[in-house]
Design a protein around this ligand. Structure first.
Ligand code: SAM
Length: 450
């Protein structure tokens, strides 16, 4: 961030605008809206400015005109005069905005979405005004007109809410419940009285937002691959319990003030035992928190999501599961190697190469089938054993394999090999987790540059 964002209260405060044309007129309009006492310095005024009611100093600019103002705006088409105004303002340590001359500004005027008392200001630090305007248009469309009425209603309730609820957490949960209720529909229908009456009933009843638990699939890492539902859950969550595989870019989309609990799992080294993760989820949801259990890929594909749902059920909590894009789908898409393809594969199997000690190992020989794609998760360590078993089961040693490391992430790497060369490729390229092995004839469709 280059500039420090700040809103100024200009009510009743003198602001000097130098310039008498249309540009100055637009600035004066905005300043009047903000309640400023505007003085315009210009030998002549355009008709709109003349009719604006701003005090007019029909004289040349003089630095002394800045003596008792709070802010200066230079809006002339004379670059030299604008620079003189900026210099005089700087000497007095006055904030100055010079229209269309970013280098002379100590203050810039952002593009604004106005839903009084809510104001959204957008600045590109003068680098990309067209982009800032485009963002403003999008926000204009997305921010309902009744947003201001809603903010005003919450403002009117503030003291009563503070009396009703002692703790900050309860107050927050009351407001969350109110925002989720249908008061906004009344405001949308222009019935502020009805909205306020409903809000007061909710306050009387002490209605606070109940806690919830959502198991959310974070996808393979690229934040654009989150579902809309996942994004909504993430942005509503008070607590985010996340795995090592969840990318920073996805975590950045959660609320800044959420509590983040890492329960990172490395292969063979579970930093937080599964039972403890389940206890955290249950404890937080029962305490009224909105909990997102964020898991790489899909929660129900090698993610132990089932165990967490069962633990929540046992505690009387109804957990919701938000699916995510699993690594097989993501790596298939990013490498453009289909998992099924007419003539090459009419079935696919998602299988794990990592098994608990003493646990059931997949029957690799039975998986060695023609016209079939295998997506092997966590298969790096056991790659040589897996390849040998698949060959023993009847697959050709030349069966193509694609190794995808960090699929969909900026650092994605891919290696095209075959079963007989698999473990050497992994060793030579020092492939790291997370990586997926795609085994089968659809890999023949892979193109290096894709
Ligand atoms: C514990 S499993 C979790 C799978 C996850 N629930 C899913 O649906 O993708 C972790 C394994 O998924 C695979 N994986 C996850 N993200 C990946 C990615 N971005 N690229 C390649 N493989 C990935 C790797 O095999 C990794 O070792």
């Amino acid at each position: 961030m280059h500039d420090f964002p700040l809103f100024l209260d200009l009510h009743g405060k003198a602001v000097l605008v130098v310039g008498g044309g249309q540009v100055a007129w637009r600035k004066v309009q905005a300043l009047h809206k903000a309640g400023a006492e505007v003085r315009v310095v210009a030998l002549e005024l355009c008709p709109e400015l003349a009719a604006s009611g701003a005090a007019h100093l029909a004289e040349a600019f003089d630095p002394a005109q800045l003596d008792d103002v709070w802010l200066a705006i230079a809006a002339t088409d004379d670059g030299e005069l604008n620079a003189t105004v900026a210099q005089a303002a700087n000497e007095r340590r006055l904030w100055v905005n010079v229209v269309d001359q970013r280098e002379l500004c100590s203050a810039i005027v952002p593009a604004v979405v106005d839903r009084k008392p809510v104001t959204i200001a957008i600045s590109s630090d003068g680098q990309a005004p067209v982009l800032a305007r485009r963002i403003r248009e999008q926000l204009e469309a997305q921010t309902p007109q009744w947003t201001g009425a809603l903010a005003a209603l919450l403002g009117r309730l503030r003291d009563k809410v503070a009396q009703r609820f002692v703790s900050f957490d309860e107050r927050r949960r009351f407001y969350e419940a109110l925002l989720d209720s249908d008061v906004s529909q009344d405001l949308a229908a222009n019935d502020a009285g009805k909205a306020e009456a409903k809000a007061l009933v909710q306050l009387e009843q002490g209605a606070v937002q109940p806690g919830w638990l959502k198991l959310v699939g974070a996808g393979p890492g690229d934040p654009d691959l989150l579902t809309l539902k996942a994004l909504q859950a993430l942005q509503a969550a008070d607590v985010v319990v996340y795995d090592r595989l969840v990318s920073e870019a996805v975590l950045d989309l959660a609320r800044r003030d959420a509590r983040f609990i890492p329960v990172g799992k490395e292969k063979g080294c579970h930093s937080v035992p599964q039972s403890e993760i389940e206890a955290i989820l249950v404890r937080e949801a029962l305490a009224g928190q909105r909990v997102v259990r964020l898991k790489g890929g899909d929660p129900f594909v090698f993610g132990r999501g089932g165990e967490e749902v069962l633990a929540a059920r046992a505690a009387g909590i109804g957990a919701e599961v938000v699916p995510g894009i699993t690594a097989a789908a993501a790596c298939s898409a990013s490498s453009q190697v289909p998992l099924t393809h007419r003539g090459l594969a009419n079935q696919m199997t998602l299988v794990t190469g990592h098994c608990q000690p003493g646990g059931d190992e997949p029957d690799w020989r039975a998986l060695a089938r023609a016209q079939s794609t295998l997506a092997v998760y966590m298969g790096l360590t056991q790659s040589s054993h897996i390849a040998a078993e698949l060959v023993a089961g009847g697959l050709s040693p030349r069966t193509p394999v694609l190794v995808v490391e960090n699929g969909t992430r900026p650092q994605e790497r891919r290696f095209r090999t075959d079963l007989q060369g698999l473990s050497d490729t992994i060793a030579t390229a020092q492939v790291q987790s997370p990586a997926l092995l795609i085994v089968g004839d659809t890999v023949t469709l892979y193109q290096e540059a894709s």
